[in-house]
Structure formats: structure tokens, C-alpha cells
Ligand binder design. Sequence first.
Ligand code: MN
Length: 271
Amino acid sequence: MPDKLQDVIEELALANRILGNEGVLDAFGHVSVRHPGDPGRYLLSRSRSPALIEAGDILEYTLDSEPVRPPTAHLYAERVIHGCIYQARPDVTAICHHHAPAVMPFVIAGKPIVPVFHLGAAIGEEPPFWDQQDEFGDTNLLVVKPEEGASLARALGDHPVVLMNRHGATVVGADLKELVSRAIFMCQNAEYQLRALMLRAFTLGASPTLPRGEIELAGAISRLPNVVGRTWEYWSARVGGGSSVAAAPSRRVKRVKPARQAARRKTGRRK
Ligand code: MN
């Protein structure tokens, strides 16, 4: 993980765009990272659709989810999710809260998402459920109060993922790349699990869930730096970014192109 603040901000903006591009986030949902120089703060965009987020949108918050500088833009209503989890989990450096279409059938039906293929093992053996109704009664289902965020963090416990009944999911990671991988693999896993369960309804196939030993061994693979690095490069390319500092290479290409075209016009060369 880059240690300079600006690099982390660029990486966070790219993580937003990747998760938007891969169908984890849409107009809603958000991703944050702990401040690289101050574990008592975190970085999160202003209220904006993740696919559109740029480095200039990123703001700094205390772990009470108060903006460090007076805000000039709307803030995400559910930012307490991030602050409360950073308070409860010193090992967590990145968090994503989302309502991905792949997970919604499971959290609506109250059916656990469990690992059904090797990369799906990144979500852990069986993510816990959290139901806001249990502790807070009727709400608008948004996690906006500190006590709601703290309750969610308790339900997450030491897990990498918590499922939120009738709402979505929250995923954590040791760094941004691990988080992005886990969030995307979780959605792929949910899609495969649902399809496999539908097939099972018509056959007498074995349970699609990975055995405990396979979850442990395959889960370790999905966290390897070369696996996380390879997927990050692939998803960055799909969203049109090169690496953690995505804007630099694309600007260079834009400057070179017209010069080459001008040279071709001068010499009369074609293709
Ligand atoms: Mn939400």
C-alpha cells in the first residue's frame, strides 16, 4: 500500500471506480480507507456515485465520522458504518458498504452466502447477519446513528463480511486491494451459489458449500499479494485506469497522440 497520502487518495478513488464498474456499487454504496498517517482518521468521498469519484472528492473524517474540515458538499448519510468499524477493528484498513444485486436476494431471504468456489473463500466460512430491526425497531433501514454503526460493528465481530438483512452488506480488508478483491469475489460467489442452488433444486447434487478445510486453504490463496495485485491490475484496466495513480499514463497518451498524427500529416504517411 502506498504510504503517501496523495497516493492513497488516488488509490481510493480508483477503488471506487473499480467497484462501480464491476457491479458491486451503483449510484449508492461507498468505500473508505484508514488515513495512512493517522489511524484515528479515515478517508471517504463526498456523497457521489462511486463510478464518478475522483481524488478531489475524497474527504477526511474522524472515527466519530465527523469531517475534519467544514464540509462544502453533501456527505454520505451512512458514514458511521466506516467510523464505527475502524474504532472496533484496529486490523481493518479499508471498508466497503454496498447493496450489490448479487447479494440482495440472500439478505432479503435471510439465506447465508457461503463459499462455493475457491476465490469465494475470501468471505470466510459463514458471514454473520445483522438485522437493524432486532435492536432499533422500525427505521428507514439506513445506518445513520452512531449506536446503529456500533451495533453493526459488533455483529461483524472478527469476520471479513457482515450481511445486513433487507439492506446489503459491509466488507472489510487489511488494505484497499484486498477489500476490492473480497467485495468482487463475494458478488461472484453469490451469483454462483444462487445458480448452483437452482440447479440443485432439479437434481440430487451434493451441497455446493466448500468444506471447512478448503475454505481455509483457498481463503489464504485469495489474499496472496500476486493474486490481489493481478486482479487489481485487471479491474483497473477495465475501468480505464493504469495503476494506483491512474490519471498520469492516460494524460501522457493523450499528449503523444496528436503529435504523432501531426508528424504523419507532414510526411504524408498513412497507417
Ligand atoms: Mn446502505
